[in-house]
Design a protein around this ligand. Structure first.
Ligand SMILES: NC(=O)c1ccc[n+]([C@@H]2O[C@H](COP(=O)([O-])OP(=O)(O)OC[C@H]3O[C@@H](n4cnc5c(N)ncnc54)[C@H](OP(=O)(O)O)[C@@H]3O)[C@@H](O)[C@H]2O)c1
Length: 280
């Protein structure tokens, strides 16, 4: 049986089935109260990996929400955030921005918002095509050497970008879109598996077109489970380096998603589900 935990960067142990905080509303009022309750419930249910980003909540509001909900943090909780997407100016458009000064400023802001002295896993939200990769990662390496971040991750990268990044600095995680039905990043997953790098798929709640949907629903019915649980259980069994971060704003969906950890797919069911993936 595959482990329910993973050591990020070789040493930081988390429960593999995590939580993506992007869908939590930070707007004042009842929605915010619900968001705070869902974040707290995630930790009560044993989540030790929560994913956020500077971008979520329009520039830091999601990070602030998590701090309000969960600070002071339990020792075992890893809140990972992402930097590298910024507005062109006040009220301007969002764009990939990996200039060293921008990355440093967003990390400094995240430290303040999350109320921590060090971000244990800091991910580059996107590689900025207009800034040399070595400069972007060099900036993160400096922040790591200063003790402001513990480990460095990437998001939406190719196998080649991952390899080039690893020539500059150790990479502890990769966060790419990947799920039961969309396996375009299978080669990146394989590269992560070979190097012991955590792979955090997003868009994990996916059922696909009618044909795939019917097959997932059939397996779900056989197991007295939901299609979402089947999709998450498939991911957990597909590779030991996969750490899914399903997102929800609802406590019932949160509990449903986390219960996927105890779902056991038979080898025959796994073969049927394997056949649904579209690798490219
Ligand atoms: N690196 C990147 O570029 C990137 C991009 C997008 C997202 N992310 C990360 O990935 C996390 C997940 O976001 P995602 O966009 O990939 O979405 P996702 O987790 O695949 O799906 C979230 C959506 O599915 C619904 N949902 C969740 N659990 C459900 C369930 N059990 N039954 C039915 N519906 C359910 C949610 O609605 P309810 O709120 O109604 O449950 C929400 O609309 C985000 O929080 C973020 O941390 C990363």
């Amino acid at each position: 049986m595959t482990s329910t935990t993973f050591r990020v960067g070789g040493d930081l142990e988390v429960r593999r089935l995590g939580f993506g905080a992007m869908h939590l509303s930070a707007e004042p009022g009842p929605d915010r109260e619900r968001s705070l309750a869902v974040a707290r419930r995630a930790v009560e249910l044993g989540v030790t990996l929560i994913d956020t980003a500077y971008l979520y909540g329009d520039g830091g509001a999601n990070e602030e929400l998590l701090a309000e909900a969960l600070h002071p943090y339990p020792d075992e909780l890893l809140i990972t955030t992402k930097v590298g997407v910024a507005r062109t100016g006040p009220g301007g458009d969002w764009r990939f921005d990996g200039r060293p000064a921008v990355l440093r400023e967003q990390v400094e802001q995240a430290l303040r918002r999350l109320r921590v002295e060090r971000i244990e896993l800091l991910q580059l939200h996107r590689v900025d095509p207009d800034t040399p990769l070595a400069e972007q990662l060099g900036a993160l390496r400096e922040l790591r050497d200063e003790g402001k971040i513990g480990r460095i991750g990437l998001s939406e990268v190719t196998v080649d970008e991952l390899a080039r990044a690893r020539e500059v600095v150790e990479i502890a995680s990769v966060q790419n879109r990947y799920n039961l039905l969309d396996r375009a990043h299978e080669p990146v997953l394989a590269a992560c598996e070979a190097a012991g790098i955590a792979f955090l798929p997003w868009r994990t709640v996916a059922w696909g077109d009618a044909g795939a949907r019917a097959e997932v629903a059939a397996v779900a019915a056989e197991l007295d489970a939901t299609p979402t649980q089947v999709a998450l259980a498939w991911l957990l069994g597909h590779s030991p380096v996969i750490l899914p971060i399903p997102g929800t704003s609802r406590a019932d969906h949160l509990a449903e998603n986390l219960a996927a950890e105890s779902l056991r797919l038979s080898p025959a069911q796994r073969v049927r589900l394997d056949g649904l993936g579209v690798a490219s």
